[in-house]
Design a protein around this ligand. Structure first.
Ligand code: KIV
Length: 321
């Protein structure tokens, strides 16, 4: 996916390139120690380039790039991020969309569910992520209670996330009932991603963590997605939906869809980063693929440090002034 403002003519190879394939890519890749081409090519993509060009910031992924991905049959990746270092690492790894999820509630703030987290708690996390990501589109979740009361409340909260949180877009949970809310936010200049299927903020009314859109219920999700896309949502995210239903929803809307536990037909996929990287302990949902075991690595590092301190091995002369 090309991440410039000038062109939508993306190629699959560009989707994998953290900083595109030009000189800015070379500079970013040099600092991160990776190949900028993402395809084994030369760091400057064979185009040469000036030092001035190399200092240019990476071009930002915009909602129209995600739209182009759908049109061109490409995929994009989305991960949650809640702080400076994860945002920086995921951005430099080429993740196209970073979500400052209300899952911070149960992955950062120690709550059991996503319900207790507040706007004032999420805003500083969002700012940290937005300041640290040079290329990724940063989407912020509007937390439970911050948009349901009225379209005015939704617009006001959305404005806070773009103005104070420096987010590029927001995400709200809920079906076609929220179409007017989405319309009002989009008219106010707030790009909205709609979240349907299992919506964790409604866990109590949905009767717990349950797959949504099975059998005859599939049509409800299709209707939701069509209404939200018609209202101006730039993307529809589906959580815990049968793969066949998600495919039908994806076919029913022109906007890119994102899945989490929704099969492989969506344009994008999202995971909570602590699940993806194995930081969180306990049982993982069926839809999680773990790509690292950070919990074991961190625990081993902490144990080794503790042992060294207790035995007097740390600090050594090399760590002393
Ligand atoms: O808050 C979050 O992490 C989310 C994802 C589960 C999509 O909404």
């Amino acid at each position: 996916m090309a991440s410039s403002n000038s062109s939508d003519s993306s190629t699959p190879a560009e989707l994998a390139a953290p900083y595109g394939s030009g000189p800015a890519a070379a500079s970013a890749a040099a600092s991160s120690g990776t190949s900028a081409s993402g395809t084994g090519g030369t760091a400057d993509g064979g185009t040469g380039g000036t030092a001035e060009a190399a200092r240019k910031p990476a071009a930002r992924i915009r909602t129209h790039h995600l739209q182009a991905a759908k049109v061109n049959g490409e995929r994009f990746a989305m991960l949650t991020a809640y702080d400076q270092y994860t945002a920086e690492i995921f951005d430099q790894a080429g993740i196209e969309v970073l979500l400052v999820g209300d899952s911070a509630s149960n992955n950062v703030f120690g709550n059991e569910t996503s319900l207790p987290v507040t706007v004032d708690e999420l805003l500083p996390l969002c700012r940290a992520v937005a300041r640290s990501a040079r290329r990724a589109l940063v989407v912020a979740d509007l937390p439970f209670g911050s948009y349901e009361v009225s379209t005015q409340q939704a617009v006001a909260t959305g404005v806070r996330f773009l103005k104070e949180g420096l987010a590029h877009a927001v995400k709200i949970e809920g079906g076609k009932f929220y179409a007017e809310t989405v319309r009002a936010m989009v008219q106010a200049g707030i790009p909205v991603m709609a979240h349907i299927g299992f919506t964790p903020q409604s866990e109590h009314s949905l009767g717990g963590y349950r797959v949504q859109g099975r059998g005859d219920d599939a049509q409800r999700l299709i209707d939701d997605a069509v209404a939200l896309a018609d209202a101006g949502a730039f993307s529809v995210l589906m959580e815990m939906v049968p793969a066949s239903t998600a495919a039908a929803v994806d076919a029913a809307v022109d906007v890119p869809t994102v899945g989490i536990g929704a099969g492989s037909a969506t344009t994008g996929q999202v995971l909570v980063w602590q699940d993806m990287a194995g930081l969180r302990g306990g049982k993982m949902a069926k839809f999680v693929k773990q790509y690292a075991d950070l919990r074991t690595s961190l625990s081993d590092a902490a144990k080794a440090y503790g042992d060294d301190v207790r035995s007097g091995q740390f600090p050594g002369p090399e760590h002393s002034f």
